[in-house]
Design a protein around this ligand. Structure first.
Ligand code: 13P
Length: 255
């Protein structure tokens, strides 16, 4: 089945960057040239910028994502953000289990699963991040790592819940380092993920799931990566911080 039957995504993860003025400038630039209707463009700003971004993109085809959330809807969880709050701010997507959350904030596969469950209950589409370290790849444990990260989430979900998840493969050694996985390394892992979905849950889920690549994506590598059958778009960090670079990734990919 052809990749055109799946949604393509370009998701800009701003991480802990940009202030209000920069965000306004960025969105002005993006709105001036966006987008075709063959793909979806999603912005994931820091929480405090979400209401502003939501206002600025209102009425356009741009979509809003949280970068993270908590696993409960409300209560005494100082410093956390509820999926309800994301929804109220206009988010329809939420990144979950980013390697920076797993590494710096000790998020486990179990916590990632709980967050995904509550997001799905709130009709927010989770973007589940998976990825291996350099050491794991060198020890040839990268496929096993990804399989564990995926199965710890997917195994407890229902068929209809599984069908809603977007996967982002982000090799940790390629994030913010300027090192990109080669298109061969990326497509090999994307194919592994799709084959795992097919053999575990069936072809329908495997063919319908969008699998994005992330890790130093920029205009110079977007075309080669996006040309691969199993790469359905990108989760972009650094290159999403100004409109020119982000739009160039989209244009160069040829989506
Ligand atoms: P970079 O594009 O800056 O490598 O970041 C990738 C990423 O972590 C997106 O979530």
């Amino acid at each position: 089945m052809n990749k055109t039957l799946r949604h393509s995504y370009f998701i800009g993860n701003w991480k802990m960057n940009l202030g209000r003025a920069e965000a306004k400038e960025l969105i002005k630039g993006e709105l001036s040239e966006l987008p075709g209707d063959s793909y979806r463009v999603v912005l994931a700003p820091p929480f405090l910028l979400m209401p502003l971004v939501s206002d600025l993109i209102g009425g356009s085809s741009l979509l809003l994502a949280g970068q993270n959330c908590y696993k409960e809807l409300k209560g005494a969880f100082t410093g956390e953000i509820s999926p309800l709050m994301l929804k109220e701010a206009g988010a329809t997507y939420c990144i979950v289990g980013h390697s920076e959350r797993r590494e710096y904030f000790f998020e486990t596969n179990d916590l990632v699963r709980e967050k995904i469950v509550i997001l799905l209950e709130q009709q927010i589409i989770p973007v589940l991040c998976v990825g291996e370290t350099k050491e794991e790849r060198e020890a040839n444990r990268h496929f096993e790592k990804i399989k564990v990260q995926l199965s710890s989430v997917y195994d407890s979900l229902s068929k209809s819940e599984r069908a809603k998840i977007i996967i982002a493969y982000e090799p940790i050694w390629a994030i913010g380092t300027g090192l990109t996985a080669s298109s061969q390394q990326a497509s090999e892992m994307h194919k592994f993920i799709r084959d795992w979905l097919a053999s575990t849950y069936g072809d329908e889920l495997a063919f319908g799931t969008s699998i994005l690549y992330g890790g130093s994506v920029k205009k110079t590598n977007a075309k080669e990566l996006f040309a691969k059958e199993d790469i359905d778009g990108f989760l972009v960090g650094g290159a999403s911080l100004n409109a020119k670079d982000f739009l160039a990734v989209i244009v160069e990919s040829g989506a």
